[in-house]
Design a protein around this ligand. Structure first.
Ligand SMILES: [Zn+2]
Length: 490
């Protein structure tokens, strides 16, 4: 019998690969002690931590606990203070103004009826108006001392877009009025309710006061404003705001690093992150008013602590930055702060591997949010299958989940990013029973599934960390242009 050498070689290689995989999974099994991992989850989601709301002392205690787990795993501290892991983020609460009116083109837009403040300070401003057809692309000339007026395109993106405001300010503009016209997907009333409540935002209060740049939306139900603006290029408008109250909030991200084992590849960093805040205590009809947030996101946070322990012992070739993020539930604030103030330059960060969970609909699979977005899918498939799980992609694309958690903060800067979630095949009663409910607690979680999920997360990160290829966006992805800009690629 003639021996087929190439086939034999392939068979031998496959066997070696399988053996390595098995050995590495066994190493994860040995390192991540089941009871120990559960004790982290029990602590973080205990009633005594009162639902880990941003701005509470209990969230700071949770953060300190995570920091000390990072320390015992040997992570290099990347906090603000020497030898510590805490990256303080300047956050504050804003009580909405009692008055926020705009007068222009012979019309008055009234507070809570036809106008709403997005950001701003108390005071009155009168200035010439200038109409910008496209706020994404314009020549920054002729804006000095003027209030820019533009049509609002994407409600969700615009409410958070600090970069746009900065650019307008740099061009000399003194305020921004955006026209909410007909044909928006979100009703005006919902926008009013959303923006006219107490909320949290990033930035020192003093700096904001000094800046004073008002950002207001006005409702143009009859769709006449753009025409009028074009007809009256010399129009002057005024903005009057009063009654805003701001209060400082103490909050921090927890950041540590594991140096990669390969002298070259260690210059590339992979971020593993999860938000550790939740929504606190809310008076409800039932007896239990504590929103423990086991799925959202105690499990993700514990996933980070497990990863710290494993990679602290067994670093992959690339370096790993582990970040427990604050303020996600208040609008992705911790991740936004981190990407604006990274501890390692973002251009040296090649991937962000986030965990954020609403719940799960199935214990046989995990959700990768999203597949076909980056080139790492096959590695996640392999890792999941090693622990006996399948992988599904975004089954609810209409819900826009990718853009509703911390991964999008990294993506917007160009860093390839995904969310590694417990299975979410539908948003039905299997999710709604626990999602942002007091019942999202330790005792209602399927621990066998959670252990597999934690291991699949670590194993995926290990495969990505050792991969011969570099993680990147799939060609044509929405965020690929930002990636090209960040990494200065052609
Ligand atoms: Zn969450």
């Amino acid at each position: 019998m003639k021996i087929n050498v190439p086939l034999l070689l392939i068979w031998a290689l496959c066997l070696t690969n399988a053996t390595i995989s098995y050995a590495q999974l066994e190493r994860i099994n040995q390192t991540i002690d089941r009871l120990e991992a559960e004790s982290h989850l029990r602590f973080l989601t205990a009633d005594e931590l009162k639902g880990r709301n941003t701005g509470t002392g209990e969230l700071l205690i949770a953060g300190r606990y995570i920091a000390e787990q990072f320390r015992r795993s040997g992570l290099i501290p990347l906090g603000d203070a020497e030898g510590d892991y805490l990256q303080w983020a300047p956050l504050h609460t804003v009580k909405p103004p009692t008055v926020a009116t705009v007068a222009m083109l012979g019309e008055e837009f009234r507070t809570g009826v036809s106008s709403v403040m997005v950001t701003g300070v108390n005071g009155t401003l009168e200035a010439p108006l200038v109409y910008l057809p496209d706020i994404e692309h314009y020549e920054p000339v002729g804006l000095q001392g003027k209030v820019v007026v533009t049509v609002l395109r994407d409600v969700r993106a615009s409410a958070r877009n600090q970069d746009q405001l900065k650019l307008l300010e740099e061009a000399g503009a003194v305020g921004l009025i955006q026209i909410f016209g007909p044909g928006q997907r979100i009703p005006w009333q919902l926008v009013l309710n959303y923006l006219n409540r107490e909320r949290m935002s990033i930035g020192a209060i003093e700096a904001e006061e000094e800046r004073g740049f008002p950002h207001i939306w006005v409702h143009d139900s009859t769709n006449v404003l753009v025409k009028q603006l074009k007809e009256q290029p010399d129009a002057v408008g005024s903005i009057h705001i009063e009654g805003i109250k701001k209060m400082k909030v103490d909050a921090f991200n927890v950041v540590g690093k594991i140096e990669g084992a390969d002298p070259e590849l260690k210059k590339e960093h992979i971020i593993m992150c999860a938000h550790y805040d939740h929504i606190g205590v809310q008076a409800g009809a039932g007896q239990d008013s504590i929103y423990n947030g086991a799925r959202d996101n105690g499990i993700g946070t514990t996933g980070l602590i497990n990863a710290a322990k494993y990679f602290g012992k067994y670093p992959p070739k690339r370096s790993i930055i582990i970040i427990a993020l604050t303020g996600e539930e208040k609008g992705l604030l911790g991740s936004q702060y981190y990407v604006d103030n990274p501890k390692i330059p973002l251009e040296e960060t090649v991937f962000a591997f986030n965990i954020d969970n609403s719940g799960y609909t199935d214990t046989e699979v995990v959700t990768l949010l999203d597949t076909n977005r980056t080139n790492i899918d096959e590695l996640v498939y392999q890792a999941a299958s090693e622990v006996g799980l399948g992988v599904i992609g975004d089954r609810l694309p209409g819900q826009n989940y990718y853009e509703r958690s911390d991964q999008v903060s990294f993506a917007a800067k160009g860093v390839p990013a995904v969310n590694f979630k417990m299975a979410m095949a539908a948003f039905d009663e299997r999710i709604t029973k626990y999602y942002h409910q007091p019942s999202d607690e330790f005792d209602t979680v399927d621990l066998d599934y959670v252990h597999k999920y934690w291991k699949a997360y670590i194993r995926s990160a290990e495969l990505i960390g050792n991969w011969a290829q570099r993680p990147y966006w799939m060609p044509g992805d929405k965020f690929e242009p930002a990636g090209k800009a960040l990494y200065k690629m052609e």
